[in-house]
Design a protein around this ligand. Structure first.
Ligand SMILES: Nc1ncnc2c1ncn2[C@@H]1O[C@H](COP(=O)(O)OP(=O)(O)OP(=O)(O)O)[C@@H](O)[C@H]1O
Length: 266
C-alpha cells in the first residue's frame, strides 16, 4: 500500500497558521454563544466551518474581522491573532484590520453604483490608489482574480445590481480583493445562488486559495468537502472537532461529528 498517498496527501500537510484563536468565548448579553474555541487556521488554504443552525459558525467568523464589535450586546473573551499579532489589541486600527480581513456575505450586496465604482470604493477610502490609471489597473486585476472581467469588461459603467446573482457575488469578491486582503471570510456565499453559479464560485475559491487564506461558513457538507482542506465542526457553541477535511468526512473522531455528517441531525 502507498502509505504516502494514504496518510500524507497534500491536503493533510498543514500550512503555517495565519489565524490563531485561543479559548474564544462570545456572549450576546446573557447568552453564551461561543464556548472556548481554539483553532489554527492555515494560511493560503480553505477552512470550512460546518454545523447545525445556531451553533456559532457565523459568530466565530465575525470575531476574525471584529464585525461583532458592531453588535452592542456582543462581548468577546480569549485571544485571536493574525500573523502572531493580537487583533483585539486596543491600539489596533479596526478599519485597517477589515482591509486585511475581507468579508463576503450570504446575499450578494453590491453597492447601487457602477461595477467600476464597486471595485474602487475600498481602494479609494483606504488611500491605496488615487490616480485614475492606478484605479483602472485595480479594477481589471480584481475583476480578473474574481473571474468576472471577461463578462463585464465592456460594461464597467453599468450598475452592479444589474448583474446576475452569481455575477454579483463575484463582484463582491472582486470588491473584497481590491484592497489587497490576506484573509477572506465567506459567510455562506452560495446560499442565494443556483447550482451553476455555485459551481463557478467554488472554482473561484479553489483558484483564490493560492493567494489568500479563506474561511467559509457553509451549510452544505458537499461544498465543505469540495472546497476546503480543513474543516471545523461546531455544535451548540462548541468547536467539537477540526482536522483535514478528508479525515473529518471519512473518519470523524467524535460521535456528534459522525451523526452530523451522516445526516442524523442538523
Ligand atoms: N446579534 C445577536 N444577538 C443575540 N444573539 C445572537 C446574535 N447573533 C447570533 N445570536 C445567537 O448566537 C447563536 C449562534 O448564532 P450564529 O449566527 O453564530 O450561528 P450559525 O451557526 O452561524 O447559524 P446559521 O447556520 O443559522 O447561520 C444562536 O443561538 C443565535 O441565536
Amino acid at each position: 500500500m502507498d502509505i504516502m498517498a494514504d496518510n500524507v496527501t497534500s491536503a493533510t500537510i498543514e500550512r503555517k497558521p495565519k489565524v490563531v484563536a485561543r479559548d474564544v468565548n462570545v456572549y450576546y448579553g446573557e447568552k453564551h454563544a461561543l464556548k472556548g474555541v481554539s483553532i489554527d487556521i492555515p494560511e493560503k488554504s480553505v477552512t470550512a466551518f460546518i454545523g447545525p443552525s445556531g451553533c456559532g459558525k457565523s459568530t466565530f467568523l465575525r470575531c476574525i474581522n471584529r464585525m461583532n464589535d458592531t453588535i452592542s450586546t456582543a462581548r468577546i473573551e480569549g485571544k485571536i491573532e493574525i500573523d502572531g499579532k493580537d487583533i483585539y489589541d486596543p491600539a489596533l486600527d479596526v478599519v485597517q484590520l477589515r482591509a486585511r480581513v475581507g468579508m463576503v456575505f450570504q446575499k450578494p450586496n453590491p453597492f447601487p453604483k457602477s461595477i467600476y465604482e464597486n471595485v474602487v470604493y475600498g481602494p479609494r477610502i483606504h488611500g491605496i490608489a488615487r490616480s485614475k490609471s492606478d484605479l483602472d489597473e485595480i479594477v481589471v486585476s480584481s475583476l480578473q482574480k474574481a473571474g468576472l472581467y471577461e463578462e463585464v469588461k465592456d460594461r464597467l459603467d453599468d450598475s452592479g445590481t444589474s448583474l446576475s446573482g452569481g455575477q454579483q457575488q463575484r463582484l463582491c469578491i472582486a470588491r473584497a480583493i481590491a484592497v489587497g486582503p490576506e484573509v477572506i471570510l465567506m459567510d455562506e456565499p452560495c446560499s442565494a445562488l443556483d447550482p451553476i453559479a455555485t459551481a463557478r464560485i467554488e472554482e473561484l475559491i479553489d483558484e483564490l486559495r493560492s493567494n489568500f487564506t479563506i474561511i467559509i461558513v457553509t451549510h452544505s457538507m458537499q461544498q465543505a468537502a469540495r472546497v476546503s482542506q480543513k474543516t471545523a465542526f461546531f455544535h451548540l457553541g462548541v468547536l467539537v472537532e477540526e482536522g483535514p477535511t478528508d479525515q473529518i468526512f471519512t473518519k470523524p473522531r467524535d460521535k456528534r461529528t459522525q451523526d452530523y455528517i451522516t445526516g442524523r441531525f442538523g
